[in-house]
Design a protein. Sequence first.
Length: 344
Amino acid sequence: MSNKAGGFIINGNIQAPDGTIIKIAYEYMGTKTIDSAAINNNKMMLKGNLPETVVCTLSNSINQQQKIIVLQNENVKVTGSISKFYYAEVKGAAENELFSAFKEKNININADYRRQLEKSNVDFHDRNSNVYLEFHRRVDSLTLSFVKANPNTVASSLAIINSHLNSTDFAKAEKCYGFLTQNAKKGYYAKRIKSFVDASKAVEVGKQASNVVLKDIAGNKFDLSQYRGKYVLLDFWASWCVPCREEHPLLRKLNAELKGKNLVFVSISMDSDQKSWRKAVADDGLTWIQLNDPLALKGSVAEAYALKALPFNCILDPQGKIIGTKLRGEALTSFLENLYLKTE
């Protein structure tokens, strides 16, 4: 975790036309920092001072290829060509080398999983198949072993995020987090894991739902707390989320059948693009309350409801307590039909 006081230096030997711009960018505590340098005689240098070890993105002005580096305040060499910038070799970045080794093993497990799917003709969406369960067992084992072997590194926090936050499995994330040293837990990414675990526990059945204040599709203020006394279905989705939109015909049907009852349907879009959101609402015929958080999965609503993946929903009772989560299809239909709904 400790950083050298002199900051970082990236010395690049990149085969590229003179004047090619190499940018470095990273996000830290909600702020994005960007710097750049030009290549001259296939050489370039980037210098700066990082607040702590962070994930940085190197990009260039010639093509769309990027190179991701886990960087701390250290001297690093990047060697390669602009035409294969993604494959540029990075030397001297200790945490990057460690995390890259983890990712390589993870990639191999994923590749083997896909081969097993093809070999067994198992449906990719079948979450109960032996192939799927074995795949996750291997990922879980790899991640836990990696964290135990490297408990004082940022790479371990990134491994937990890679394996468990992206799959929204807070119990597994919490287990791995417990093996980090106290020093490692002070890091930016470790704190993100802790926030995710805490927020996930806050959206468990029986917990009070966090309030939501957003603008609806007509520009009017929506305040979830004003709907006490009614059941509320909160459905989180996005225009780009195929499973979310596949659920919309059922939501239209249920909304029509339960109209006039003390149940309110509220859809909250995680679209950062307003046009995409509005078009999807129109195309899918969503006539109930439609909200959008333009900060999407990086916003306060996503943080409060531990949203790392979509779709997600939860049902609130008239006191604002969560009584159901992650209900789709027949499970959602049955749950709503068994509520003691009153005609208003």
